[in-house]
Design a protein. Structure first.
Lengths: 113, 110
């Protein structure tokens, strides 16, 4: 059972570089989320989607972009990497927003130098 | 004001004791409330959710919700060293966003 799969697991970027964090789920979930987690902190919502073609900003969207062309995939794009984007990124999915479990990927540890 | 607030801890309890974790939220329209557990270096995993006022019990865990006070708590009975982790409170509402608090680090001492 794959669940939520994130790639890559680790990445080092130079300042100004771009990259896409991939997230795919095989549970036919409508809702998908991207979070970042800084050391010793909770999860901060970057972007979320309630279905294919629909995305919305979360708490900390600046410096990121997303798309949701299919139910399964929800990639996160960093256009001009900055040291402040050094963090662990988690993708999650759930069937709906209420009373259902959000399943998380294994996380991507990103360092911007 | 943060949408979801938790005491960062650490909360230290002896093995076998009751651990009490608390969370407050700012949006009165919030509808569903979740407790996740996160071990160091791992992904969060769901422990419980609650959406009605009152208590909900599942094994050693009890979630308590008071919407009038905008307060949700998690009690862990007979705490074990394996319960040592960060506990994250999360809330959803009409906006469909799943918002997390900063988490409380629990340390259960053998």
């Amino acid at each position: 059972n794959a669940g939520v799969t994130q790639t890559p697991k680790f990445r080092i970027l130079k300042i100004g570089q771009s990259m896409t964090l991939q997230c795919t789920q095989d549970m036919n979930h409508n809702y998908m989320y991207w979070y970042r987690q800084d050391p010793g902190m909770g999860l901060k919502l970057i972007y979320y989607s309630v279905g294919a073609g629909i995305t919305d900003k979360g708490e900390v969207p600046n410096g990121y972009n997303v798309s949701r062309s299919t139910t399964e995939d929800f990639p996160l794009r960093l256009e001009l990497a900055a040291p402040s984007q050094t963090s662990v990124y988690f993708c999650a999915s759930s069937l709906s927003e209420a009373n259902t479990e959000a399943f998380f990927g294994q996380g991507t540890r990103l360092t911007v130098v | 004001q943060k949408e979801v607030e938790q005491n960062s801890g650490p909360l230290s309890v002896p093995e076998g004791a009751i651990a009490s974790l608390n969370c407050t939220y700012s949006d009165r329209g919030s509808q569903s409330f979740f407790w996740y557990r996160q071990y160091s270096g791992k992904s969060p995993e769901l422990i419980m959710f609650i959406y009605s006022n009152g208590d909900k019990e599942d094994g050693r865990f009890t979630a308590q919700l008071n919407k009038a006070s905008q307060y949700v708590s998690l009690l862990i009975r007979d705490s074990q060293p394996s319960d040592s982790a960060t506990y994250l409170c999360a809330v959803t509402g009409a906006t469909n966003k799943l918002i997390f608090g900063t988490g409380t680090l629990l340390a259960v001492q053998p």
